[in-house]
Design a protein around this ligand. Structure first.
Ligand code: UN1
Length: 500
């Protein structure tokens, strides 16, 4: 493992410039200070938005396939720096190295996707009801896209938004989490390298705002920002959504998840257990797609729980930079406190809790490692309906499939869901209109670890936004409907005669 300084240098950052600022970047691995980053003022945020606006005016006229070349170069740059950026993600967000690198791979994947898209930003041609007329739709860039991201995917979330926004002809202004400024600055440095190789990318095409609430608010409230794509808690989304709507801006919200796995009586329990363990304790339970609820048929519940307890007992917890560990730290003490509060509530609500306690406190007094918890609940009580961003798996038993579906859908969030079953009727019902109400519904795969090729996002309190693959690019463009008259007459639609 390289030193933090080496990693920053390899990513094109000057460690000396990352000192003397007011924002202290700490590693959740041991609580050590990594840097003191300079924060932007509100005036600087406005200036960055203005630069981005200017850049977007030039960029929108660059042919999309040429814009795709910038994303090809960004993907190329990321490939070259996958190891270092993955290490920095581990250092700053506390993910195990495999997941840090996995996150960078998601960035590379979306860049590749965007290159392909650069020749596929299609509109429809539509049959006109009038003779000698043709209708079509054209997709145009929006202008400036604002991105607000969370600590847990400190680089990939930016890239899903930025790759699509840029290829669609927009400029991007990014407000990363205050907990992960270094990874954001590293992305910006890698982007600058790609832009330099590209040659004539306008200055200001990608801007980063380091700071707290005020700079975030500048982005949210600026009329120059056409779309605000915000990833984070439902609480944050509840504030951002209406503020952007107030000025008739667009929002794309990726908020909380409370993702469940149903395990039916015919399920392959080995596979189910593996899917649940990765989903529930991977990234120390800090993914929006983390498996938080297990709804298991009573006939297989004891068997499955036995497997889970065994897997939990042997999952190595510790420094995420050490390749043998599978569970790294929580991001900070607030996160630990929230986990403890939820476990206490679970016990009060009749739950039987195993695990959840702090570990490695001697070795890392300033870091927050926990044993992932399993809470067997008597039903879907209040605490189960809330997202706690920590490794807590609530387990509920069911007897009847409809009851399982009702539990799955009976929470306010609607991001990801899965069923493990070998019963075709159950699987298809789960995927049908009266099945899972989530944006992601899987069969014999867990709730987390989606590929970038599909649209990513969810319903209800998750916010309704879709980013990444499929046709999510449309969120980053505006649609113009064009009617062209190539006849010598001017017939009106709906057959209206007007003074003829
Ligand atoms: C998030 O936690 O904000 O499906 C995103 C997954 C990842 C994305 C998670 N591809 O788990």
């Amino acid at each position: 493992m390289d030193t933090p300084q080496d990693i920053l240098r390899a990513l094109g950052l000057n460690p000396d410039a990352l000192s003397g600022g007011t924002l202290v970047a700490r590693s959740p691995i041991d609580g050590a200070e990594l840097a003191r980053v300079h924060e932007h003022t509100v005036a600087q945020a406005h200036a960055a938005i203005t630069r981005a606006r200017q850049a977007s005016l030039a960029w929108r006229d660059v042919p999309a396939p040429r814009r795709g070349e910038l994303l090809r170069l960004l993907g190329d740059t990321l490939r070259q720096h996958k190891r270092e950026l993955g290490q920095l993600v581990s250092l700053e967000a506390g993910k195990i190295l495999a997941e840090g690198e996995g996150e960078v791979q998601e960035m590379i994947d979306i860049c590749d996707f965007a290159v392909g898209l650069s020749r596929q930003l299609y509109g429809l041609t539509i049959a006109s009801e009038r003779p000698g007329h043709r209708m079509m739709e054209t997709w145009h860039p929006l202008g400036v896209v604002g991105v607000i991201s969370a600590f847990n995917f400190p680089v990939a979330v930016w890239s899903w938004n930025a790759a699509l926004a840029l290829v669609c002809g927009n400029a991007v202004v990014w407000k990363p989490s205050e907990k992960t400024p270094l990874t954001a600055l590293a992305c910006q440095a890698l982007f600058a390298q790609a832009a330099q190789r590209f040659g004539d990318a306008p200055a200001g095409l990608s801007e980063v705002l380091i700071g707290g609430r005020e700079v975030g608010e500048a982005l949210v409230d600026s009329h120059a920002v056409a779309l605000v794509s915000a990833t984070g808690s439902t609480r944050m989304g509840r504030q951002v959504g209406p503020r952007v709507a107030q000025r008739f801006g667009r929002v794309l919200l990726e908020l909380g998840g409370n993702n469940a796995i149903i395990v039916g009586p015919t399920a392959d329990l080995d596979m189910a257990a593996r899917g649940i363990v990765f989903g529930a304790i991977g990234t120390a339970g800090q993914r929006c797609t983390t498996t938080r609820r297990l709804i298991v048929h009573e006939s297989v519940a004891n068997d499955l729980l036995q497997r889970l307890h065994k897997a939990y007992a042997s999952a190595p917890i510790g420094n995420p930079l050490d390749g043998k560990n599978l569970v790294g730290p929580l991001i900070d003490q607030a996160s630990f406190d929230a986990m403890q509060a939820s476990l206490k509530a679970a016990a009060e609500q009749g739950g039987k809790v195993t695990g959840g306690e702090r570990v490695l406190a001697d070795q890392y007094p300033d870091a927050w490692y926990v044993r992932p918890a399993i809470a067997e609940m008597p039903g879907q009580t209040d605490v189960v309906c809330h997202e706690t961003f920590a490794p807590i798996l609530y387990v509920m038993r069911y007897t009847d499939f409809n009851q399982a579906l009702a539990l799955q859908n009976g929470v306010p969030q609607g991001l990801s869901s899965a069923i493990f079953t070998n019963d075709l009727r159950e699987a298809e019902t789960f995927l049908s209109a009266s099945g899972s109400d989530c944006g992601i519904a899987n069969v014999n795969i867990g709730t987390s670890g989606a590929e970038i090729g599909g649209a990513f996002g969810g319903e209800k309190e998750t916010g309704g936004g879709r980013e990444s693959g499929s046709d999510a690019w449309r969120n980053y463009m505006r649609r113009a409907t064009n009617t062209i008259n190539y006849s010598r007459n001017l017939p009106l639609a709906q057959g209206i005669k007007f003074g003829e």
